[in-house]
Design a protein. Structure first.
Length: 299
């Protein structure tokens, strides 16, 4: 299915030139990735806001003028729920999911927007519902429109991670950490998301010392990684992950060394200025994926 949360919910069309960017929106900032071209080098921007994202959209407009964007949201804008797959046709799935999740969320039924994705494994009776407030997303798009920003696709952190290692045929476990957020653990292979979970207890991982890592935190994290590996292999019946990839700030290299002692897999640190900026870059990767889908449909 389309990875967009609001498929075809673009209320406007822009004429003339625009700049293509990848955006990652958090509770307090808009992170921007602009790819290099003949006139400009690769660029990263960040615009903070205090009340509404519209403040950051205004700053983006002042900096770049009209823009077209793929947007990744952080979890403050959505909730993931693992639910039984409704026995309905695909055209009726979204409506059926609203009634499946209504008692699991505090959002009023009339304001629930739900999309979903499934693991690439066969014969699954479960799917993951992505639940957001329709009013909040609509306001987000309207505010973008007012500031010459055309949002052509909306995705989430878990799915954005699948844009890492898209050409690698071996599954990789990716640990993404943003300051003051729970650790995101995913397994990706060739642009597909095979599993995802939030690992609690590591929200301050970027601030711990090497000594604190050695006093038990790295071993505790190793246990969580091993549980996920066991699930991936035994429950999903997949081959073992080829490597463990760390996307984080702070003592990343020290953590990689400590984890390496507990696993046969190589533990790598993904080179990036910040996890926020990486998610903006992964958002930009959706332009290429959208073009591939268009070409497949045309063929």
């Amino acid at each position: 299915m389309d990875k967009s949360l609001l498929n075809k919910l673009a209320f406007w069309k822009k004429a003339g030139q625009h700049v293509d960017v990848g955006l990652y929106l958090t509770e307090t900032a808009l992170h921007v990735y602009q790819a290099s071209d003949e006139a400009h080098p690769e660029s990263h921007y960040s615009f903070s806001y205090t009340k509404q994202p519209a403040e950051a959209f205004a700053a983006l407009q002042a900096a770049l003028g009209p823009t077209r964007a793929q947007l990744v949201l952080n979890p403050s804008f959505y909730q993931l729920l693992l639910v039984d797959k409704p026995a309905v046709d695909s055209e009726e799935m979204n409506q059926a999911l609203i009634w499946a999740v209504k008692d699991m969320v505090t959002t009023a039924v009339a304001d629930i927007h739900v999309d979903y994705f499934e693991a690439p494994t066969q014969n699954s009776t479960k799917l993951t519902a992505v639940v957001a407030a329709k009013s909040q997303l609509s306001q987000l798009i309207q505010d973008a429109n007012l500031h010459q920003l055309e949002i052509v696709g909306i995705s989430i952190e878990e799915l954005a991670a699948s844009n890492l290692f898209v050409d690698d045929a071996q599954p990789k476990m990716v640990l993404c950490h943003l300051p003051e957020h729970e650790l995101l653990l995913t397994v990706v292979r060739q642009g597909k998301l095979f599993m995802q979970r939030r690992v609690r207890g590591f929200s301050g991982l970027d601030k711990v010392t090497q000594q604190e890592l050695g006093y038990g935190m790295a071993d505790n994290l190793s246990l969580e990684i091993q549980r996920s590996m066991d699930f991936f292999e035994s429950q999903l019946r997949q081959s073992p992950v080829a490597s463990i990839e760390l996307v984080m700030g702070g003592p990343a290299q020290a953590l990689a060394q400590l984890l390496s002692a507990n696993f046969n897999q190589t533990v790598n640190v993904v080179a990036t200025t910040s996890t926020d900026q990486l998610f903006a870059q992964l958002a930009y990767s959706e332009f290429a994926r959208a073009n591939e889908v268009s070409e497949e449909v045309a063929a």
